[in-house]
Design a protein around this ligand. Structure first.
Ligand code: NAP
Ligand code: ZN
Ligand code: ZN
Length: 346
C-alpha cells in the first residue's frame, strides 16, 4: 500500500478537500501511474451530489486521467516506465462475457469496475484521478500518443471517447449532417471530432454566447435553442443528433429536427427521469438511442485519431483548491470548455 495525496468529497454534496488515500501495491499486471492532469467531467458533479443515486464516500472523483508510468509489475508487457498513458472511466471488467471479449468493456455483463465510486475486485472502493498516483491493470490503461500534450489529452479519456464512439457507430462523416446539442465539455470535443470525421456540424446551444468559439472549433453552423425559429428552420435536417446535455430537454422538439431514418443519440445523463413520446418518432422512422463511453480498444483508436488530427480539448487549467469553484461554474454552463486539474497542486 502507498499513501497518496488526493482531493475527496467526504460526504454527499460536501465541498472537496485535501486528503490522503491508500493505493494497492503494484501487482503482477499493474501499472503505477504518476497522474499529471485530471479533467473535471460533469459526471463527477452528478456523483458527488448523489444525483444518480446513492454513492460511496469519501469520493475521489476523476476519470479523465493523464500521466506517466512510474512502475510496472513483473508481468506487464504493454507499458514501460516513462510511457505517457491515460485512464478513463473503467479500471476493470469481467473480461469473459461477450461484450468484454468484443472490446465493449463498458457494456460488461457484470458491469465494469468504475474508476471511482465503484468497488474493485479486491472488495475495496475505487478512487479516481483527483490524486497524484493510481494503480491500474495494464489492460485498462491506454497510450497517449506523443503528438498530444497530456493536459489537453486528459479530457479525451471521457469526453473524447463518449463522443467519438457514437459518432463512429452512427457513421458521422462526409455527406452527413450532425447536430451536437450542448457546447460544454463533451459538446466541444464532439464538434471537433465530428468535423475531423468530415461531417457537416451544427451546434445547438442554449444561446449564441459561444458562437465564435463553436465556429472556430469546427462547427459549420451554430443556433440558439432558446429561439423558437431554430426549430422551424432546422426541421427535418439532421442525420444524427448527439445530445450532450446534462439536464432533460424537450425531446419532441429535438426529434422533429431529424430527417428520415435520423437518430438522436443521448450521452448526457440527467438526474431526473426523462420522458420521450413515441409519437414523435413515427413521422420519419426516427430512432432514439444512447451510448456509454467506449471500450478500451476504441479509446485507444480515438486517442490515435485525435493525435493524427492534432485535436485536444480546450482547457482551463486549475489548481486543486479551485475544484469547488469549478464545479459551480460547470453547473452554471460557464466552462470553456473543460476544467483540468494540475495534480501537482494537490
Ligand atoms: P458540461 O460541460 O456541463 O456540458 C453540458 C452542456 O449542456 C452545457 O455546457 C450547456 O451547453 C448544456 N446545458 C446545461 N444545462 C442545460 C439545460 N438545463 N438546458 C439545456 N442545455 C443545458 O457537461 P459534460 O461534462 O459535457 O457532460 C454532459 C453530460 O454527459 C452529463 O450529464 C454527464 O454526466 C454526461 N456524460 C455521459 C457519459 C456517457 O458515457 N454517456 C460520459 C460522460 C459524461 P450550452 O451552454 O451550449 O447550452
Ligand atoms: Zn466523464
Ligand atoms: Zn464482461
Amino acid at each position: 500500500m502507498t499513501s497518496v495525496a488526493a482531493y475527496a468529497a467526504p460526504a454527499p454534496k460536501a465541498p472537496l478537500e485535501r486528503t490522503t488515500i491508500e493505493r494497492r501495491a503494484v501487482g503482477e499486471f499493474d501499472v503505477l501511474i504518476d497522474i499529471k492532469f485530471a479533467g473535471i467531467c460533469h459526471s463527477d458533479i452528478h456523483q458527488v451530489r448523489e444525483g444518480w443515486g446513492k454513492a460511496i464516500f469519501p469520493m475521489v472523483p476523476g476519470h479523465e486521467i493523464a500521466g506517466i508510468v512510474a512502475e510496472v509489475g513483473s508481468g506487464v508487457t504493454k507499458y514501460a516506465v516513462g510511457d505517457r498513458v491515460g485512464v478513463g472511466c473503467m479500471v476493470d471488467s469481467c473480461r469473459e462475457c461477450d461484450n468484454c471479449k468484443a472490446g465493449l468493456q463498458q457494456y460488461c455483463d457484470q458491469r465494469p469496475t468504475m474508476t471511482y465510486n465503484g468497488i474493485g475486485k479486491d472488495g475495496r472502493p475505487t478512487y479516481g484521478g483527483y490524486s497524484q498516483k493510481i494503480v491500474v491493470d495494464e489492460n485498462y490503461v491506454v497510450r497517449i500518443p506523443d503528438g498530444l500534450a497530456l493536459d489537453v489529452a486528459a479530457p479525451l479519456l471521457c469526453a473524447g471517447i463518449t463522443t467519438y464512439s457514437p459518432l463512429k457507430h452512427w457513421n458521422a462523416g462526409p455527406g452527413k449532417k450532425v447536430a451536437v446539442v450542448g457546447f460544454g465539455g463533451l459538446g466541444h470535443v464532439g464538434v471537433k471530432i465530428a468535423h475531423a470525421l468530415g461531417a457537416e456540424v451544427t451546434v445547438l446551444s442554449q444561446s449564441l454566447r459561444k458562437k465564435d468559439d463553436g465556429l472556430k472549433l469546427g462547427a459549420d453552423h451554430y443556433h440558439a435553442t432558446s429561439d423558437p425559429k431554430t426549430f422551424e428552420d432546422l426541421k427535418g435536417t439532421f442525420d444524427l443528433i448527439l445530445n450532450t446535455v446534462s439536464a432533460p430537454l424537450d425531446f419532441a422538439a429535438f426529434l422533429s429536427l431529424l430527417r428520415t431514418d435520423g437518430a438522436m443519440v443521448n450521452v448526457g445523463l440527467p438526474e431526473e427521469p426523462v420522458q420521450i413520446v413515441l409519437q414523435s418518432l413515427f413521422g420519419n422512422r426516427r430512432s432514439v438511442s444512447s451510448s456509454s463511453i467506449g471500450g478500451i480498444p476504441e479509446t485507444q483508436e480515438m486517442l490515435d485519431f485525435c493525435a493524427e488530427h492534432n485535436l485536444g480539448a480546450e482547457i482551463e487549467l486549475i489548481g486543486a483548491s479551485e475544484i469547488n469553484d469549478a464545479y459551480e461554474r460547470v453547473l452554471a454552463s460557464d466552462v470553456r470548455y473543460r476544467f483540468v486539474i494540475d495534480t501537482a497542486t494537490i
